[in-house]
Design a protein. Structure first.
Length: 134
């Protein structure tokens, strides 16, 4: 990702990093992943934060909305498109505070975690995939 020093990454920068991460998924998962729409917002909406009982909007960097593939049914498919929200400012603040990861690495971590909900992965499976990407 190329950006000028001192300029916060844009929504497009975050989306580019997310899409680069998805290209690293195994080929057999890419079709299912492509059905998920990525939305970049600065912060989660107040309703989402209230529902999740999160007081500080900087504490939510990503969110999956949809029915996991493991719960989908051919006879009763979900009519709602699966979505992954990436919240730009919490990601940037965490990246700046940590200082030990690149922005691409942090975005990849959030993306894998949120897509993990779509695929129905356990936390252990998500960690294995993240470790393999490092």
């Amino acid at each position: 990702m190329s950006q000028l020093p001192g300029i916060a990454p844009s929504a497009e920068d975050i989306l580019d990093a997310a899409e680069a991460c998805l290209k690293l998924l195994p080929e057999h998962m890419q079709a299912a992943a492509s059905a998920v729409r990525i939305i970049i917002e600065d912060f989660a909406e107040d309703e989402i934060l209230d529902e999740m009982k999160i007081d500080d909007p900087l504490n939510l960097s990503g969110l999956y909305s949809g029915v996991p593939l493991t719960h989908e049914s051919v006879t009763y498919p979900s009519l709602k498109q699966p979505l992954v929200y990436l919240f730009r400012l919490p990601i940037i603040f965490e990246w700046a505070a940590r200082g030990d990861v690149t922005l691409d690495e942090l975005v990849s971590h959030v993306v894998i975690h949120e897509y993990g909900h779509h695929f129905g992965w356990s936390d252990e499976e998500m960690h294995r995939l993240l470790d393999a990407a490092d």
